[in-house]
Design a protein around this ligand. Structure first.
Ligand SMILES: [Zn+2]
Ligand SMILES: [Zn+2]
Length: 361
């Protein structure tokens, strides 16, 4: 079978490899991969900035955002049948078997020694086939198969929004009305859609000028797009009113800090970006700490999503398709055949989500 692999930490080692088609064990199923989404994490693997091969292997099959179809079921594998569409959560419990991993919440791992398929220690899904145990697979209704490749990034957003609402149960009553989402990659757009589904007024922020594809996507879901060139984040509270929720999904450290100024009383800022460790930023720490304290503001980080967030995502994908037909499809700005995988790492302007079509149905 064909697969796309990297030699971890070697820049631009991404290549097409020919491998044996995997055989499912008695407790596993064989999945035929239909399509795989490419994101910033894959860019990092391609650049050689991250990644870890499975033990005993000198390469790593990449790809962690997938939709596939069950093709073969091992004799002891329960709950799935050939023809079922499946998505697959990425993280697996840590080597230290910590409390959270033991309880099925590996996205809240305490030790960091977890594995992640296609990223860290286990092969991913950018291959014609993969094998997995049914407990790690999430069944996707056939009606959603063409959009379900966004389930993995959506699970990240589902977790983040669920965390925000869980945390806000600290208040006797909380009725959020206004949300800002910074960043218009797939994560930012999915966060905006999810908050719109919850009935909030949503402002979507990015650097790109107003009037382009970002503006049209925001308008299609009833959100408002703002270019930070026209409205800096530090002016948002004054111009649009303070936000109850801010999701920072641009990975820009200055935006993350400026977002604190856009937050209202009791507001929550959730950080979802891949923030660079350098350069260092100079901040008005005293003023920020004082304002955090005096208005009960809260900042949280959130990463990954588990099977239950995939399940939440499936419910919401169906609602999104019903409420805004064609909106999700408009996020797939490029579909590349497997043989043209290299193009996925050159991102044209206006790109939202590139998908590699592994198998034509
Ligand atoms: Zn991703
Ligand atoms: Zn753990």
């Amino acid at each position: 079978m064909r697969a796309i692999a990297v030699t971890p930490l070697v820049p631009e080692s991404t290549r097409l490899v020919e491998l044996e088609k995997p055989e499912p064990g008695p407790g596993q199923v064989l999945v035929r991969t239909l399509s795989v989404g490419v994101c910033g994490t894959d860019m990092g693997l391609h650049r050689g900035a991250a990644g870890q091969a499975p033990a005993g292997s000198d390469y790593l099959i990449i790809g962690h955002e997938s939709i596939g179809r069950v093709e073969e079921v091992g004799r002891e594998a329960k709950g799935l049948a050939p023809g079922d569409y499946v998505a697959c959560p990425v993280r697996r419990p840590c080597a230290d078997n910590c409390l959270n991993c033991r309880r099925g919440e590996a996205d809240m791992c305490l030790t960091g020694t977890f594995a992640e398929r296609g990223i860290k220690g286990q092969h991913g899904f950018l291959a014609e086939y993969y094998v997995e145990e049914p407990r790690w697979l999430v069944k996707v209704p056939p009606a959603l198969k063409d959009v379900a490749v966004v389930l993995e990034p959506l699970s990240v957003v589902e977790k983040a929004v669920a965390q925000v609402f869980a945390i806000q149960s600290r208040l006797l009553s909380w009725e959020p009305r206004r949300a800002a989402v910074i960043g218009t990659g797939a994560i930012g757009i999915l966060a905006a859609i999810l908050l719109r589904l919850r009935g909030l007024d949503v402002y979507s922020f990015a650097r790109a000028p107003s009037g382009g594809a970002r503006t049209r996507v925001a308008e299609a879901m009833g959100a408002t797009y703002w270019s930070t060139a026209d409205l800096p984040l530090t002016s948002v509270a004054r111009e649009l009113g303070p936000a109850d929720i801010i999701i920072e999904a641009s990975g820009n450290t200055e935006a993350a800090l400026a977002a604190l100024d856009a937050l209202g009383s009791n507001g929550v800022l959730c950080l979802l970006g891949l923030y660079p460790q350098e350069p260092r930023q100079e901040i008005a720490a005293g003023r920020l700490a004082f304002e955090m304290m005096v208005s009960n503001r809260l900042v949280l980080g959130s990463v990954n999503g588990s099977g239950r967030h995939f399940e939440m995502g499936i419910t919401h994908l169906a609602e999104m398709e019903q409420r805004w037909p064609g909106l999700l499809a408009s996020l797939f700005t490029r579909r590349l055949p497997l043989s043209e995988f290299a193009q996925a790492f050159q991102r044209p302007p206006g790109e939202i989500k590139t998908v590699i079509q592994v198998t034509e149905e």
